[in-house]
Design a protein around this ligand. Sequence first.
Ligand code: COA
Length: 263
Amino acid sequence: MSTTKQFETILFEVQEGIGYLTINRPDKLNALNQTVLSELGELLTSLHKDSQGCRGLILTGAGERAFIAGADIAAMASMSKEEAREFGRLGQEVSERFEQLGLPTIAAVSGFALGGGCEMAMACDMIFADQSAVFGQPEVKLGLIPGFGGTQRLPRLVGRGVARELIYTGRNMAATEAKDIGLVVKLLSSRDELMAAAKSTIRAMIKCSPLAISEAKMAINDGSDVSLSEGLNIELDRFVTIFQSDEMVEGTTAFLEKRKPSF
Ligand code: COA
């Protein structure tokens, strides 16, 4: 089954349970302006309410050159402080909606993932990349700092020292380095292989209990910034929540009956 919804700057389509979300401003290297962020917010809010048959989501950028080359510099150049606060808040809200989506999400990065692009990728559950991918938080070169979560998510993902070096120099980082520091989970040689790997990973997830994946995701998210003992309590609550759910009954029964579960 395939469903589509029309937006001005993003494309969204569900095929065989996989949602393909594409930032579609290739002439501006998919830079994030107010319209892109608003449309992303609208789509993610609707997916929170109704998954539209989507069991996992792949985020990409249109065109050959970029995933997302950052927040829109032209738009930011003339913003007042109040407008900047609204813009930053919108970008942060979109990143949180990615994070809180009850579905697994993969950022499939080919080409530039700079500034807001790196930040949106980090808000996904995992980043896959091809050899053309370039990551970075170049904001200090523009007299800015990351505003869509970069100062918070990058240190949590790669450690504070590495994040500081990247953010304070604003330098670009090749895909191999991004893989070495643990930002990228899988590195593929071409865009075709990248999309194939993202699809096959989501397909493997689709065979598992969607409720269990969602609960595991929330346990990881909620437990990331608390003490180990608090984190273990969060895990225990989620572990108990799904006990005797239809999906747990199906999964355990199928195992005992030596058949594949149907989720
Ligand atoms: N915001 C707004 N427009 C952007 C953009 C951004 N973050 N990144 C690229 N673009 C636009 C360019 O202005 C250009 O538009 P134009 O054709 O109307 O002039 C178009 O996308 C193509 O980019 P261009 O710079 O000509 O390509 P390039 O191959 O020479 O360089 C980059 C590619 C990614 C190195 C370069 O575009 C760049 O440094 N972008 C900004 C990255 C950044 O600082 N992001 C963080 C923002 S806070």
